[in-house]
Design a protein around this ligand. Structure first.
Ligand code: NIG
Ligand code: FE
Length: 468
C-alpha cells in the first residue's frame, strides 16, 4: 500500500481534516490507496480512530504516538484489516457496511498478565490485610497464594473452566480481545499441567485470543530442590511437547523463588524454545529485573520496587516493562515508576494481573486508566501500553494496533473521543467489542453459555476450609 500523493484531491483533504482535528494525543493521519480493494465489511461512522501505528514494542517518544484519524472507516476482509483511513478516501467495494454512529474506535485491548484460573476466594485475607497484616506475612504463614492453591486443587475442571470463563467475559466487556492466562495455582508438575489443560479448554471455545503461560509461583517448602528438578526434568518438556504454553513465568521474590532458582528454570525453558517472562521487584529488589534482561525475557512484570539501576538495566535491553497498577493500588505499596521507564526509553505495557489476592481488577481498561493516576503515564502512552506494547510483551505482532494486516479486533467506545477509554475509571460506559471483524457479546467472547457473563464467582462448597 502506498501513501497518497501530497495534495491528492479528496484523500489528502480528508487526511488534512483528520490532522486538523487531532488533539493532544500526538497523531499522524495517513491514508493508503483503497481503489480496487474488496472487503467483507466496511465500518464507518468512526468519529475518532486512535491506534498505535504498527506492531510494538514502541518506546520513548513512540510510546506516546498514535495514528489518529477523524471521520474514519475501517475495511475488513477474512477477519483482518485491509484498509483504514478517512471515510471520504474509501474507493473500494464492501459487501456490507456498518455505521458506528459517530463513536471512537481503538484496537482491541491486550491484557498481557492475568491469573484468572482459580477457585475459592481470599475474603479472609482481605479482612486480615485491612486489620494490619501484610500480603507477604499472610503468604509466609501459608495463606494468600498458598490458600488459593488448596482451593484450586479441591475444585473440579468443569468448575474451574466455568469460573475462568466468567472472568474472561468481564475482561472482554471492558474491551479485551487478547488475554494472557497463567497457571500457577497448581504447584506440582501434575497440578500445573491440569491448570494448563483447563486454560486450553477455555481457549478452545473463546473468541478472545487466550495466550496460556506456565507460571512457577511459589516454592514447595517441603522439597524445594525436588520441585525444581521436577519442573526442569518433567514439567517443562511436557508443556513444550504438548504445546500447552509457549511462555514460562517465574515469581522472583523474597517469599518465592530466588534468582539462581529462576535462572535455572528460565534457561531450561529457553533451551526448549519457550519464551520467558518474570514477576519481579514486586516487594523487594532481589535481582529479578536484571535476570530478565540477562536472559532476554519478553517482559518483566510488577516493578513496584524498581529504582534507577533497574530502569537503566531495562533501558539497555529489549524486555518490555509491564505495569500492574491494580496490585499496587490493592496492596498499598509504592507504584511502579512508569514515567521514568517511558522517559528512559523502556517500552511499557500494562495488564490487570487479575487474581483474587493482590489485584482483583476485572477490567483491562481500568488497568490502563490507572497508569495515568498511579504511574505517571499520559493518555496516548496508556493506550499504547494496553494495546501494541502489551501484544509485544506476548510476542504478538498482529494484535494491539489497527492497519493493513492487523487482526480486525477493535473496541467501539460510547464517546466521540478515544481518550474516553482512559479518562474514565473502568471506562466511559459499556463498550462494544469486535473480534476478527465480528461484533461479540462478552459471553460469546469468553465462550460462555449465553448467561455466562456474571455467573457467580463461587463453586458450591464454602471456602476457607483447610486454612492454617
Ligand atoms: O502478580 N505476586 C505474585 N503473583 C500474583 C498474585 C497472586 C495472588 O495473590 O494470588 C501477582 O500479584
Ligand atoms: Fe501476577
Amino acid at each position: 500500500m502506498s501513501e497518497p500523493p501530497a495534495g491528492g484531491g479528496a484523500t489528502a483533504e480528508a487526511a488534512r481534516a483528520a490532522t486538523a482535528t487531532d488533539a493532544a494525543l500526538g497523531a499522524t493521519a495517513v491514508a493508503t490507496d483503497s481503489a480496487g480493494l474488496e472487503a467483507d465489511l466496511l465500518l464507518t461512522g468512526i468519529a475518532d480512530l486512535a491506534t498505535p501505528d504498527g506492531p510494538g514494542p514502541h518506546r520513548g517518544p513512540a510510546q506516546g504516538r498514535l495514528r489518529r484519524v477523524a471521520d474514519a472507516a475501517v475495511a475488513v476482509s477474512c477477519g483482518r484489516v485491509v484498509w483504514l483511513g478517512p471515510a471520504a478516501a474509501w474507493r473500494g467495494r464492501a459487501e456490507r457496511t456498518v455505521d458506528l454512529g459517530g463513536r471512537a474506535v481503538v484496537p482491541g485491548l491486550v491484557d498481557p498478565h492475568t491469573h484468572l484460573l482459580w477457585a475459592g476466594d481470599r475474603y479472609d485475607d482481605l479482612e486480615a490485610r485491612h486489620a494490619g497484616a501484610s500480603y507477604e506475612a499472610i503468604l509466609a504463614r501459608g495463606g494468600g497464594i498458598r490458600h488459593t492453591m488448596r482451593a484450586t486443587a479441591a475444585a473440579d475442571r468443569a468448575t474451574l473452566v466455568r469460573l475462568a470463563r466468567a472472568r474472561l467475559a468481564s475482561l472482554a466487556a471492558s474491551g479485551a480481545t487478547t488475554v494472557e492466562v497463567k497457571s500457577g495455582y497448581g504447584g506440582s508438575a501434575a497440578a500445573e499441567i491440569a491448570s494448563l489443560e483447563a486454560i486450553a479448554e477455555v481457549a478452545s471455545s473463546a473468541r478472545v485470543r487466550v495466550v496460556p503461560t506456565l507460571l512457577l509461583h511459589v516454592p514447595d517448602p517441603a522439597d524445594r530442590a525436588g520441585q525444581l528438578a521436577e519442573f526442569e526434568e518433567r514439567l517443562l518438556p511436557e508443556v513444550a511437547r504438548r504445546g500447552l504454553a509457549r511462555r514460562v513465568d517465574v515469581f522472583v521474590e523474597a517469599e518465592a523463588f530466588t534468582v539462581p532458582e529462576a535462572e535455572r528454570v528460565l534457561r531450561a525453558a529457553l533451551a526448549l524454545g519457550l519464551d520467558v517472562t518474570l514477576h519481579a521487584d514486586q516487594f523487594h529488589r532481589v535481582g529479578g529485573v536484571e535476570l530478565a534482561v540477562r536472559v532476554g525475557a519478553r517482559s518483566v512484570d510488577h516493578l513496584e520496587a524498581s529504582g534507577p539501576e533497574q530502569i537503566a538495566a531495562l533501558a539497555a535491553g529489549d524486555t518490555v516493562a509491564t505495569l500492574l497498577p491494580g496490585a499496587s493500588l490493592e496492596l498499598g505499596g509504592g507504584h511502579a515508576p512508569g514515567r521514568a521507564l517511558v522517559d528512559a526509553g523502556v517500552p511499557v505495557a500494562v495488564g490487570t494481573d487479575l487474581n483474587p489476592g493482590s489485584s482483583p481488577v476485572y477490567a483491562t481498561s481500568l488497568a490502563m486508566a490507572l497508569t495515568l493516576r498511579l504511574n505517571g503515564l499520559r493518555p496516548a502512552e496508556a493506550l499504547v501500553a494496553g494495546t501494541a506494547n502489551a501484544a509485544a510483551a506476548l510476542g504478538l505482532r498482529d494484535a494491539g494496533w489497527l492497519g493493513p494486516g492487523s487482526r480486525a479486533d477493535l473496541v467501539v467506545l460510547p464517546d466521540r473521543d478515544a481518550r474516553a477509554l482512559v479518562a474514565g475509571l473502568a471506562g466511559p460506559g459499556p463498550v462494544e467489542t469486535w473480534i476478527g471483524g465480528v461484533r461479540v457479546t462478552p459471553g460469546e467472547a469468553a465462550g460462555a453459555a449465553p448467561d455466562g457473563h456474571g455467573a457467580p464467582d463461587r463453586h458450591g462448597a464454602p471456602d476457607g476450609h483447610g486454612e492454617p
